[in-house]
Design a protein around this ligand. Structure first.
Ligand code: FMN
Length: 331
């Protein structure tokens, strides 16, 4: 590792307690104990995706991860989970060092509970003003994630978010995410003031990842342009933007919305019921793709960096490649 790289991400490494400031972004169904431990054992920072897990399952997952690594790792909790408070209790009981709160602004209670247990709190910041607000509320670090990322995404690209936020917020370490496939990009964001980076897509095809072989194969075959954002046809029916590989499901979703809109326009369906039907279209779709390998009717969430995923590789090799590329670029 080059001395420049070491120096540039030192703050991020100190915060995470790791040798590299590479976070493995939590990915529902993908970021379970095996991948999380592999990332942490390779010198990065693995993060468990708790998704919709009940507290008992999260407890088992943390316990399982702790059995596979003695290195630091984090837990990603979704702020609107109905049992968020119990999930935080599980993290406290299991001595988790870092919690990442995703999926909307966290409540003051959640923040207070995490902070009073001396757990380091990482939050997602979609704008500079929200970033400043989150720091005031107690966030110890921030992730800024751009439109290029896989999964649920915001409207602004990573490069613009980085320019808008990094020069103006120095109080806490900031990790940049979205569209990062190579070490040179990590080097660039570090030079701009980031303390580290978070990658998701790049780790899906790690040998240790338990994602279904068909899910991995779809990643290996895909190009950047295949990772598209879910379409919204009518502003009366908002669609949460998700980036995933185009497949039968993404096409069906468009047709499905069209049918629903016609029904509403004809007075056959109430607007509220229609919105619920649209939201339910994707229920269970990520699990179907990741766990069952149904890459046609499932949701194959992937970021634009998917084009840089060309083979299944051990996690350690992926992290070493990123370090090497960043080191050469920065020297
Ligand atoms: C399959 C998949 C599932 C994801 N699930 C979650 C999630 O449950 N919680 C979350 O905060 N982010 C989730 N993400 C986002 C990642 O944590 C990470 O921030 C993102 O992948 C970074 O962008 P990249 O894919 O371009 O590397 C997911 C991403 C993917 C590809």
């Amino acid at each position: 590792m080059s001395q420049t790289l070491k120096k540039l991400w030192q703050r991020g490494c100190d915060f995470l307690g790791t040798e590299t400031a590479i976070m493995g972004g939590a990915m529902s169904w993908v970021s379970e104990r095996n991948l999380v431990a592999a990332i942490s054992n390779a010198g990065g920072f693995g993060v468990i995706a708790s998704g919709a897990m009940p507290p008992e399952l999260l407890n088992e997952e943390i316990k399982g991860t702790q059995a596979l690594t003695n290195k630091p790792f984090g837990v990603n909790l979704i702020t609107m989970h109905p049992k968020i408070s119990d999930l935080i209790d599980v993290c406290i009981e299991r001595n988790v060092g870092h919690i990442v709160l995703a999926g909307g602004l966290p409540s003051a209670e959640a923040i207070k509970k995490i902070k009073s247990a001396n757990i380091k709190l990482i939050c997602f910041a979609p704008t500079l003003s929200i970033a400043q607000k989150l720091v005031k509320l107690g966030a110890d670090a921030l992730v800024i994630e751009g439109h290029e990322a896989g999964g649920h995404i915001g409207p602004v690209s990573t490069s613009v978010l980085a320019q808008e936020i990094l020069p103006h917020l120095k109080d806490v370490p900031i990790f940049v995410a979205g569209g990062i496939g190579r070490g040179e990009a990590i080097g660039t964001y570090l030079k701009m003031g980031a303390s580290g980076c978070q990658l998701g897509t790049r780790f899906v095809c790690a040998t240790e990842s338990k994602a279904h072989p068909k899910f991995k194969h779809a990643f290996i075959k895909a190009n950047a342009r295949n990772a598209v954002v879910s379409a919204q046809l009518d502003s009366r029916f908002p669609v949460i933007p998700v980036r995933a590989l185009a497949n039968k499901a993404t096409q069906d979703f468009t047709k499905y919305q069209q049918e629903i809109i016609v029904k509403v326009n004809n007075g056959e369906l109430e607007q509220k019921a229609a919105q619920l039907e649209i939201e339910h279209f994707w229920a269970g779709a990520l699990r179907r793709a990741v766990v069952e390998g149904d890459i046609e009717t499932g949701s194959v969430m992937a970021g634009q960096s998917v084009g840089m995923v060309t083979a299944e590789q051990p996690t350690k090799e992926i992290i070493n490649e990123l370090i090497e590329q960043a080191s050469v670029y920065l020297q």
